[in-house]
Design a protein around this ligand. Structure first.
Ligand code: URA
Length: 228
């Protein structure tokens, strides 16, 4: 195994342990080819490995890192943004830049940490100059995201911003104002709410009131669906 591959495997193992706890195999027994063993440890990890190799998930910005997702593998709430930015690309983790810090605060305001939920994006690679994901890029990425959603099997999905909502709800012309603030049924089985993207909130702080109303409604529905 090359040093580069070994480094990658060690990174995946570390992330997998963080997300899933102890893995169901002993890394010291992994032998010369750990990938199949690692893939078998959890379906989400298998999907991550597939995404690492998937050329169709890439944008036309060369050399980007996969930003697969972050959080609890069986979360009841899944948050879906648009696409990784520069910092997300560097770290391989979604929502770690300025918009991500605001997202963390929004989650805290309704009693969640980033580890209580699962966070992903429509695109798993950064587009050049942070441009909007193209319709064909979204189409190429969607089958992988749908499989990711089905593995996590959340009770609720929160779409951040127009691109996320239009893509998942398959309403490419819909406006955010018509989609947010209410629950939609997504693919016949998930309740889905739409709110403003935190990056848009940084530019338009007057939208914070609307966001607060949306996420309060989301939390109330979460408490109904997931009583403690
Ligand atoms: N914006 C997004 O939509 N996703 C990220 O991961 C970061 C910023």
């Amino acid at each position: 195994m090359s040093d580069e591959l070994k480094k990658k495997v060690d990174f995946w193992l570390e992330q997998a342990r963080e997300v899933y706890g102890p893995l169901h195999f002993d890394p010291s027994e992994r032998g010369t080819d750990p990938l199949p063993v690692l893939a078998a440890a959890h379906p989400l990890e298998a999907l991550r490995l597939e995404c690492e190799a998937a050329a169709e998930l890439r944008t036309d910005l060369p050399g980007t890192n996969l930003v697969f997702g972050y959080g609890k593998a069986d979360a009841d709430l899944m948050i879906i943004g648009e696409a990784p930015g520069e910092q997300e690309d560097q770290e391989g983790v979604p929502f770690v830049g300025r918009a991500g810090q605001l997202l963390t605060k929004i989650l805290a305001a309704i009693g969640f940490t980033r580890e209580d939920v699962y966070i992903a994006n429509i695109l798993k690679h950064r587009p050049p100059n942070n441009r909007d994901p193209l319709p064909e890029e979204r189409e190429r990425s969607l089958p992988y995201l749908e499989r990711q959603i089905d593995i996590i099997n959340p009770k609720l999905i929160l779409c951040l911003g127009r691109i996320s909502a239009q893509t998942l709800l398959r309403q490419p012309k819909a406006e955010l104002k018509d989609l947010r603030g209410k629950f939609h049924i997504y693919r016949g089985k998930y309740e889905l709410m739409v709110t403003y993207h935190p990056a848009a909130l940084l530019r338009n702080p007057e939208w914070k009131h609307g966001t607060w109303a949306d996420v309060k409604q989301l939390r109330a529905r979460y408490d109904e669906l997931c009583p403690t």
